[in-house]
Ligand binder design. Structure first.
Ligand SMILES: Nc1ncnc2c1ncn2[C@@H]1O[C@H](COP(=O)(O)OP(=O)(O)OP(=O)(O)O)[C@@H](O)[C@H]1O
Ligand SMILES: [Mg+2]
Length: 420
């Protein structure tokens, strides 16, 4: 019997500090398996915007080659992450009269109402990256997740829309194209990361994801399975490093080492009274610095970032709904005490978001399950979710054939693929 063709899904995360490429394979049983992963340092992006195209192209080519060799396949296209101060997220609503016979809501109605919600006046230099349905309303009945086949003459939808600068997005696409790759889709980074580190329960109950990268802190609020708020703050882990470099008068590289080894966002008794040897800048001799001073530099910056996050969440009016708390991911979440400080500042339970088992990552070594790879893993996961139709099953996993016209089933998949 002929072997089913294996399909390949690739994700490329171009961050402010590194570029990562992950390759997944959809095997014969329609499940995803990770077969390649590579990452390299890169500073061709600042706060989500390309500042050195050549550096990005070089880094992407390098990780592509490494991941391809591991996977034994060639990448042709990739899901690519997008972030930056030019990205905006906001909610909107669309309304249409239904057209069908007996006012039964059809695929066409659902597509039209989502299109209606897309009708916003956008500046000429902006484009829509995502339009994510939150819930529908039929003749005024709110909170409907799947209106297909229901009866009603007025269909409304609430959506979360993400827009981005056309040129900033195009520069990312250009970098990828120069590597001989097509971009399947640009995906907002924190939505991709959520795929890798949040459980479906957390998304349903209400949860905040905060991806603390090098240049930006990207957040999204999930509730009832969909996105209600997203924001990108222009501060990240590199601010801690720069604060330390200035405060301790030491080179950036040394400041980075000190942050990782001794930095803490909360006061601890560990190393109290300890003196740390710190190199001087420009070849000046090293000198001892009290460990408490490192805490005094790092802590206010950590608190400031979390205060910005708190203000963003309060703006949504959904703080009380976030029963599953906050999940911190990205490299910045590795700063010691960051999870504890988040609980204090945000007033909700917090955990660190490493890559969850639900992603079928058993083939990856544990190094790749660190929070800084959440976006790259999530891009592949998102690609998988939006291209693969899972076998429909009910109850204890028996396959069932539902009596739905093919087009309706397809539309449900389309709807599902639009949700994160
Ligand atoms: N153990 C650690 N302790 C503290 N900070 C850390 C640790 N490991 C990494 N970081 C910090 O994490 C940041 C990089 O995180 P990440 O790789 O998620 O960023 P990025 O994806 O390149 O950037 P961005 O998402 O902002 O574009 C850097 O500021 C780095 O110093
Ligand atoms: Mg990142």
């Amino acid at each position: 019997m002929a072997k089913k063709k294996e399909r390949i899904i690739s994700g490329i995360d171009i961050g402010s500090t590194k570029v990562s490429a992950f390759i997944g394979k959809i095997n014969g049983s329609n499940s995803l398996e990770f077969v390649g992963a590579a990452s390299t340092e890169c500073h061709g992006l600042r706060k989500g915007v390309v500042i050195n195209l050549e550096a990005v192209v070089c880094a992407v080519k390098k990780v592509m080659a490494e991941a391809e060799t591991q996977a034994g396949v060639a990448m042709e296209s990739a899901f690519v992450g997008l972030s930056g101060g030019h990205v905006r997220g906001f909610n909107n609503r669309g309304l249409i009269p239904t057209k069908g016979r007996n006012h039964e809501i059809s695929v066409d109605d659902v597509k039209r109402v989502v299109e209606a919600a897309r009708a916003i006046s956008l500046p000429a230099d902006k484009e829509i990256i995502h339009i994510l349905p939150q819930c529908f309303s039929v003749d005024g009945d709110e909170g409907i997740t799947d209106p297909l086949g229901m009866t009603g003459s007025r269909l409304e939808v609430n959506v979360h829309i993400i827009t981005a600068s056309i040129t900033a997005a195009q520069n990312i696409v250009t970098a990828i194209n120069r590597c001989g790759l097509m971009v399947t889709n640009l995906v907002l980074q924190q939505l991709a990361a959520a795929e890798a580190v949040l459980t479906q329960d957390e998304k349903e109950l209400g949860c905040l994801i905060v991806d603390i990268g090098g240049g930006t802190t990207d957040l999204a609020v999930f509730y009832r399975g969909t996105v209600w708020h997203s924001a990108i703050l222009p501060v990240g882990g590199d601010n801690f490093t720069r604060d330390l470099a200035v405060g301790l008068c030491t080179p950036i590289q040394e400041a980075e080492r000190i942050k990782r080894e001794f930095g803490s966002a909360i006061a601890t008794s560990i190393g109290k009274g300890e003196m740390i040897e710190v190199s001087g800048v420009g070849g000046r001799p090293s000198r001892p610095v009290a460990r408490e001073l490192i805490y005094e530099i790092v802590q206010p910056r950590a608190e400031e970032i979390l205060e910005f996050v708190r203000e963003e969440v309060e703006r949504t009016g959904l703080s009380k709904q976030l029963t599953a708390g906050v999940v911190l991911t990205g490299g910045g979440s590795l700063l010691s005490g960051m999870v504890e400080l988040s609980e204090q500042v945000l007033g909700m339970t917090a955990r660190r978001g490493c890559i969850l088992d639900q992603n079928n990552v058993s083939t990856l070594s544990s190094d790749w399950l660190q929070p800084m790879y959440a976006t790259a893993v999530g891009l592949v996961r998102h690609g998988f979710n939006s291209t693969v139709q899972p076998p429909r099953s009910e109850g204890n996993g028996h396959k069932v054939v539902r009596f739905v016209p093919h087009a309706v089933a397809e539309a449900r998949e389309w709807l599902r693929s639009m949700l994160f």
